[in-house]
Write a protein that binds this ligand. Structure first.
Ligand SMILES: [Zn+2]
Ligand SMILES: [Zn+2]
Length: 341
């Protein structure tokens, strides 16, 4: 089978013929129908951090496919089923996993499809356990692949913010790219809050308005401070979802956060902000969101199957996997880059 193989940190993906794997007991072989390319993949390629257990590596942790072959003992899926693959795969048996939170398993880390074991940038992929598969019915796999991460992480972030978002409150999404666009949609579907989106890119702000934002602003414009006062945003936002996570976005987030509000750092921008009694609004909460759980992914897939969320995607062939990487690095991708083998 053909796969986009990474042979070392910093190298280009190389399209290579490798042996098609055979599922062992409990495993499932899927024929990949689509695999999303994530910013995390750029970090993995660059070795920043250098966490891959070895090379050659096949990346791709946002995968949709069709069951091709099942290992002994697999009962919940059958050959021909269309499935989305839950990517944040834990050990399945520790207390955290048993609570449905495999995305935070500390027993088995870096043994997930595309992050430690072979992923979806290939014609076929072994899924290590049937519990990681969510049936997706007639859902377009090209749209479904990204839901397993880009669509899932904002869902968990918004779910955790809902307790702060009574009617009349304000929620802010900072960064209106792929994840931020999902964040706006979930806030619109699940909360009664006023929804504000911040992004320097006018096209992304326009898209956020279409997806349900009530107000959009450019946080880099000279009159941003004036606008936040005019719209009662400064110190007035009950939930601030930072999909960027750099120093500048966190400074903005902190300036908007209300007393008893939640600042949720979702973006991996690597920024920091000062945390002290006097710099944070009274009784505010600062947290992060780490991917999402399998039950939450099933909910996201359900919303997509009902046609209640939209995904923007740019499609690449497997042969063009490196082009997709280059385009993502250069900021040329509209929505999610999806590789279709
Ligand atoms: Zn990812
Ligand atoms: Zn576990």
């Amino acid at each position: 089978m053909r796969a986009a193989v990474l042979n070392g940190y910093g190298e280009l993906l190389s399209i290579t013929d490798i042996a098609r794997p055979v599922p062992a007991a409990g495993e499932v072989l899927i024929k990949v129908t689509a695999a999303g390319l994530c910013h995390t993949d750029l970090h993995l390629i660059d070795g920043d951090p250098a966490i891959l257990p070895g090379f050659p590596a096949v990346l791709g942790h946002e995968t949709a496919g069709v069951v091709e072959e099942i290992g002994a003992g697999v009962v919940s899926v059958a050959v021909g089923d269309a499935v989305a693959v839950f990517g944040a795969q834990g050990c399945g048996s520790c207390p955290t996993c048993l609570a449905g939170l495999e995305n935070m398993c500390s027993v088995q880390v870096l043994s997930m499809n595309g992050i430690g074991i072979a992923g979806g940038f290939a014609e076929y992929m072994i899924v290590p356990a049937e519990r990681h598969l969510v049936p997706m019915g007639e859902l377009d796999p090209v749209k479904a692949a990204g839901l397993t991460d880009a669509g899932l992480t904002p869902y968990r972030a918004v779910q955790r913010a809902l307790a702060h978002l009574e009617p009349g409150s304000t929620a802010v999404a900072i960064g209106l790219g792929g994840l931020g666009q999902f964040g706006i949609q979930y806030l619109n579907l699940l909360s009664d809050a006023r929804i504000v989106g911040l992004d320097p890119d006018p096209a992304k702000r326009a898209r956020a308005l279409e997806l349900g934002a009530d107000l959009v602003l450019d946080p880099t414009s000279a009159d941003f401070g004036e606008a936040t006062a005019e719209h009662d945003l400064a110190g007035g936002c009950a939930a601030v979802l930072d999909f960027v996570g750099n120093d500048a976005s966190l400074a903005t987030a902190r300036s908007l956060l209300a007393a008893r509000g939640m600042l949720n750092i979702v973006g991996l921008g690597g920024g920091s902000t000062e945390l002290s009694f006097f710099t944070m609004p009274p009784e505010s909460v600062v947290t992060t969101t780490n991917w999402g759980s399998a039950p939450e992914m099933a909910e996201v897939i359900a919303l997509a199957r009902e046609g209640r969320i939209e995904s923007t995607v740019t499609v690449y062939s497997l042969d063009d996997a490196q082009v997709a990487v280059d385009d993502l690095r250069a900021g040329r991708v509209d929505g999610r880059a999806v590789i279709v083998p």
